[in-house]
Design a protein around this ligand. Structure first.
Ligand code: AG3
Length: 279
């Protein structure tokens, strides 16, 4: 037929996601990965890395809002933020909506992700020229190794799946460096895959984060249409109380969101029974 579909197969879960494509806009192999850009019928523009859906126009608000605002409103005063990965700049844009943030550094290993985002996802990149923003194209693992102790308030790990270039962002050595770099009350939040498909990974993340020195860990949940199972998570590791919530600030947030609000903040941290049974 003359219909074109992009399909991501989940071999371990006997399932797949197919999106109707109107045009293939770009494809390239970078030194790190294969990047594809499609125009889809319903989700707008779609970026795919190594065959995995990364970001679409229509549904990226869910992931980017939930990877940023809950952690930012948990921290008492987030002034310095690092985003490890996040090359599409969507997390950076959300972080910069917080006036208390004085400096936000995006540390993306693959410059091509950002250059293609600038071209194909201009709205995600609309805050890149904010004077508080700094875009670096280096290895995030090396960045945290080289950084000074107690130099950051919030680290957001906005990476691909824990295979390939992102694998080294899910181990104890990396978490230890993050712990060392974080100031008092510092928080690390990392995208932690699907609670339905990847529970063993989430369990291991909590364990490893605590082994690395973090006294507290907590997972939040949100829907994500284009990711495996449609249900996604972020896991936080904190130097202090992760149940702290600047609720009044969240209620009077100085920006519009599409998903996040004070009630979503609290609801997102409510864990289902199968999750409580292991964590
Ligand atoms: N980072 C998480 C992508 C994981 C998708 N996995 C998959 N499709 N198998 C997204 C980056 C958005 N800034």
């Amino acid at each position: 037929s003359d219909e074109n579909w992009f399909t991501e197969v989940y071999p371990q879960h006997g399932s797949a996601l197919s999106l109707k494509v109107t045009e293939k806009l770009h494809e390239e192999q970078t030194p790190f990965q294969r990047i594809e850009i499609y125009e889809t019928e319903w989700l707008g523009t779609l970026m795919v890395i190594d065959g995995c859906t990364m970001v679409s126009d229509r549904d990226n608000f869910l992931y980017h809002e939930m990877m940023t605002h809950p952690a930012l409103y948990t921290h008492p005063n987030p002034e310095t933020v690092w985003i490890i990965g996040g090359g599409d700049c969507g997390s950076l844009r959300e972080v910069l909506k917080h006036p208390e943030v004085k400096r936000a550094v995006q540390i993306e290993i693959d410059e091509r992700v950002t250059r293609l985002a600038e071209q194909y996802f201009p709205e995600l990149c609309e805050s890149n020229s904010d004077p508080r923003a700094e875009l670096l194209f280096i290895d995030g693992i090396q960045w945290v190794k080289d950084a000074a102790a107690e130099s950051v308030d919030l680290i957001i790990v906005d990476s691909t799946d824990p295979v390939g270039p992102a694998e080294g962002l899910f181990n104890e050595a990396f978490y230890r460096e993050c712990f060392r770099c974080l100031r008092k009350d510092g928080i690390l939040i990392q995208q932690s895959e699907s609670p339905l498909f990847h529970m063993p990974l989430i369990e291991a993340m909590h364990k490893t984060m605590r082994q690395a020195g973090f006294p507290q860990t907590r997972t939040l949940f949100f829907p994500q249409f284009i990711y495996p199972s449609g249900w996604w998570s972020g896991t936080l590791a904190g130097k202090s109380d992760l149940t702290h919530f600047r609720e009044a600030d969240a209620r009077s947030k100085p920006f519009a969101a599409h998903y996040y609000n004070a009630e979503i903040h609290q609801a997102a941290f409510v864990a289902p029974e199968f999750f409580r049974a292991v964590l």
